[in-house]
Design a binder for this molecule. Sequence first.
Ligand code: SF4
Ligand code: SF4
Length: 75
Amino acid sequence: MGNKVSQFYRIEKNCIRCGFCLDICSWDALDAPGKGRTFTIEEDLCPGCGICVDCCPVGAIRRVGASGDDDAAGR
Ligand code: SF4
Ligand code: SF4
């Protein structure tokens, strides 16, 4: 709680909690909250490498600020 999410990527609600992104992230930036809740990416830990994007089977990891999806771009 209280951790800011990554300014580079965010995880959408269609995340099926498979955990592939957790396994692949070398920075341990992914956070797996309680059951039924979407995974999150922590701002302090994620350098925005983008590796997790390709491992997601449902395309739930999206670049913040990508076209048509800029509502979480922040600053
Ligand atoms: S973009 Fe890179 S550092 Fe950030 S959560 Fe994905 S794999 Fe980890
Ligand atoms: S790889 Fe995609 S579907 Fe699997 S836990 Fe990560 S964000 Fe969710």
